[in-house]
Design a protein around this ligand. Structure first.
Ligand SMILES: Nc1ncnc2c1ncn2[C@@H]1O[C@H](COP(=O)(O)OP(=O)(O)OP(=O)(O)O)[C@@H](O)[C@H]1O
Length: 368
């Protein structure tokens, strides 16, 4: 579909429909609810789930489309942001033009449609990053990072709701799996071993490190190998991958500068009553105190930006670092199910990342 012009404005494009849906209140779901509901994926429950999404997704999508139209500093006019807004409008339109979901056939067609919506939005993160980068370039040298607070808050809200939308779609689609792995309820593994996921994510990060530097520091994972708890393995994988990638880069660069051996990275998994905490410790030299306040912003990275040319297809080749998105996005994933992320640094020595995951899974989705 041809890109719409920003000047056409939202209200003219889709009338009051987006505004009307965008003013409705979204309904949050908890990990526990998803797990209990999804444990009986009967025809009736799948139908109920599709009916819920048929009403819920347009609300969430409309709210973001409206925000995308009203960003400060002219960010809404940037071509990459316009493209993202068009993806949201197209998805809103697909959902609203889908008739009421009444039976199994409707439900299957609806599932197919939302699966397509998820694919359409695959490149939202790099596209938005490209738009923001573009804006930063336009504003420099008068660029003041505090000006970006509003944009930063918007991006936090925007990506948080994106995680929610993708979780809801992914969960509904996954409940159709005729042969789920034992213990899995859609995307949730009721017996997820955090050690196993941490190991796999570390190996993935190490292979990127190998590709980039020709070697990779060792990563050891300490904890109870039999311990399991319900969580979404793909979320945990993504979070540990990002954190280990940062540690590997810091350790690797430090040892290249000093000609010393690369010191191993240590991951400890602790099983508490309220939280499962995963600590990732490295001796990569830490982060300067003056830079610490910036690490959770979307514009701070000490690596060369891979988005300088364009964002199309950036997902095809994961790089070691560059957008400055790893930490803020990881923290959003942790917070989505009631957890958090803290970074403690000792400049001149190393960094500890504490990833807290809420064990009870009772917290409602944060819905900005
Ligand atoms: N373990 C660490 N040791 C030293 N510096 C770190 C560590 N983790 C993060 N940093 C610093 O924080 C910055 C931001 O990290 P973040 O993960 O958000 O982005 P990035 O790694 O630069 O890029 P990407 O978007 O690809 O993850 C890094 O560029 C780096 O300077």
């Amino acid at each position: 579909m041809a890109a719409r012009k920003a000047s056409e404005g939202l209200s003219k494009l889709v009338g009051d429909e987006v505004q009307r849906w965008g003013s409705m209140k979204p309904t949050g779901v908890s990990l526990r609810y998803m797990m209990e509901f999804g444990s009986r994926p009967t025809e009736r429950n799948l139908l109920r789930s599709a009916q819920f999404l048929h009403k819920e997704l347009p609300i969430r999508i409309a709210r973001r489309a409206i925000e995308l139209e009203n960003l400060p500093f002219g960010l809404s006019e940037k071509p990459a942001v316009l493209k993202v807004r068009d993806w949201y409008l197209d998805s809103f339109h697909d959902l609203r033009s889908f008739p009421e979901v009444k039976d199994k056939a409707d439900e299957l067609a609806f599932t197919q449609m939302i699966k397509m919506i998820k694919v359409r939005h695959n490149n939202v993160v790099p596209a938005m990053a490209f738009g923001v980068q573009h804006l930063k370039k336009d504003l420099s040298p008068s660029f003041v990072p505090t000006d970006f607070e509003e944009i930063h808050e918007f991006l936090d809200r925007f990506y948080m709701t994106r995680i929610g939308i993708r979780m809801l779609i992914g969960q509904h689609v996954a409940l159709h799996d005729p042969d789920p792995e034992p213990g899995c309820v859609g995307q949730i593994n009721t017996k997820m071993s955090p050690m196993k996921v941490a190991r796999a994510a570390s190996e993935d990060a190490r292979s990127i490190c190998f590709r980039e530097y020709g070697s990779a520091p060792e990563v050891s994972v300490i904890g109870d190998p039999n311990f399991t708890f319900p969580y979404v393995p793909s979320h945990l994988h993504l979070m540990v991958f990002e954190l280990v990638k940062n540690s590997l880069r810091a350790v690797q660069e430090r040892c290249m500068d000093s000609d010393k051996d690369a010191l191993p990275i240590k991951i400890i998994v602790a099983d508490g009553i309220e939280d499962v905490t995963i600590k990732i410790s490295d001796e990569g030299g830490g982060i300067r105190r003056s830079g610490l306040s910036k690490i959770f912003t979307y514009l701070y990275s000490t690596a060369k930006n891979p988005l300088e040319e364009n964002y199309e297809g950036v997902h095809q080749g994961v790089t070691m670092a560059g957008y400055g998105y790893g930490l803020p996005i990881t923290r959003l994933y942790a917070r989505y199910f009631g957890g958090d992320l803290q970074i403690i640094s000792m400049e001149g020595y190393g960094t500890d990342a504490y990833l807290h995951l809420s064990r009870l899974g009772d917290s409602q989705e944060p819905l900005p």
